[in-house]
Design a protein. Structure first.
Length: 278
C-alpha cells in the first residue's frame, strides 16, 4: 500500500495532524526560498537602503553585548561560552525583524537566479547585494561612532570593545577569507531551514549564531562594526579596514553561502524541480 493511500484512509483529524508534523521536502523549501528571493529582488532601492541601514545599526548590538559579557567575565576560562551569547543579540533583532542583512542574500537571491538565469536577473542580484552591503556598512559605522563616544560607554566597557576589535583587526586577509566561509554556510543554512522553524525560530537563530561566535568565524557585517571602531579610535586605517577585513571576509561569506551551500542544495533538488516542470 502506498503511503498516500494509507493516509487517505485515516480520519480527517489524524490526516491533518500527520500533514502538520511532516517535514517539508527539499524542493518545497527551495520554492519557498525562491519566492522570498523574487520578492526581495523587486523591492525598491529606498526600501532596501533603509532596511539595510537599520540592519547594520542593530546587528552591531552583537559586538556591543559580547563586549559587555567580556567586560564582566574578564579572563575567566568560561568567558567564550558566555560572551558568545551576547553575539546572538543583534542577529535576533535583525533576522526576526526581517531586515536586510548581506549574508542572508547569497542564498535568498541566488535561488531565483539558479532557477531561471537571465542577465536582467543577475543585474538585480548584483544591485541588491551592493545596496545591502553598502548600507549595512554605513549602519555599522554609525554604531561604531556611537560606541566610541565617552558619553555612550564607560572606560571599562570601551576597553572590552577594544580588546574584541583588536583580535579581529590583527588577522591577516587570508584568515578572514577562510574564517568567513563557515559563517556564510551557517547563515545560509539558517535561511534554508527557517520555513520549518516557525514555532522555535528564536532558539534556532540563537543556537546557529552562538556557534559562529564560539567558532571564532568571521562575519562581514558585525566585523565591520569592530573594524570601524578601531578606525575611529585610531588603531587601524582604511586600508586595513577594506583590504585586510571587509573584502576578504565578504568574499569568504559569499563562497560559503553561495558557492558551497546554495549550489549543493540546488544540485540536491534540481532533478525533482525539472520533473515538476514537465
Amino acid at each position: 500500500m502506498r503511503e498516500d493511500d494509507f493516509v487517505k484512509k485515516l480520519p480527517l483529524r489524524e490526516q491533518n495532524v500527520l500533514w502538520e508534523h511532516a517535514a517539508m521536502e527539499p524542493q518545497i523549501l527551495f520554492k519557498i526560498i525562491r519566492q522570498e528571493g523574487e520578492e526581495e529582488l523587486e523591492r525598491s532601492f529606498s526600501a532596501l537602503a533603509f532596511s539595510a541601514l537599520a540592519a547594520g545599526i542593530f546587528v552591531s548590538f552583537s559586538f556591543f553585548f559580547r563586549a559587555v559579557f567580556h567586560m564582566h567575565m574578564g579572563d575567566s576560562q568560561f568567558e567564550p561560552l558566555i560572551s558568545s551569547l551576547g553575539y546572538t543579540t543583534g542577529f535576533l533583532i535583525v533576522i526576526l525583524g526581517r531586515m536586510q542583512l548581506f549574508t542572508e542574500n547569497p542564498i535568498t537571491t541566488m535561488v531565483p537566479l539558479f532557477s531561471e538565469f537571465s542577465w536582467k536577473r543577475l543585474w538585480k542580484v548584483l544591485r541588491l547585494w551592493s545596496t545591502v552591503l553598502f548600507f549595512n556598512v554605513v549602519g555599522t559605522a554609525i554604531s561604531a561612532a556611537f560606541m566610541s563616544s565617552d558619553y555612550a560607554v564607560s572606560p571599562k566597557l570601551a576597553s572590552a570593545l577594544h580588546e574584541l576589535a583588536l583580535h579581529i583587526m590583527r588577522l591577516p586577509a587570508i584568515d578572514n577569507v577562510v574564517r568567513g566561509i563557515p559563517a556564510g554556510i551557517i547563515i545560509a543554512a539558517l535561511v534554508w531551514i527557517a520555513p520549518q522553524t516557525r514555532y522555535f525560530r528564536f532558539i534556532t537563530i540563537m543556537v546557529f549564531i552562538y556557534f559562529i561566535a564560539l567558532g571564532d568565524f568571521s562575519h562581514v557585517v558585525v566585523g565591520s562594526c569592530e573594524m570601524a571602531y578601531e578606525v575611529i579610535d585610531g588603531d587601524a586605517d582604511f586600508a586595513e579596514y577594506f583590504f585586510r577585513f571587509l573584502i576578504p571576509t565578504g568574499l569568504g561569506n559569499i563562497i560559503g553561502g553561495t558557492f558551497i551551500f546554495t549550489m549543493l542544495i540546488y544540485s540536491q533538488v534540481r532533478h525533482e524541480l525539472n520533473k515538476s516542470k514537465k
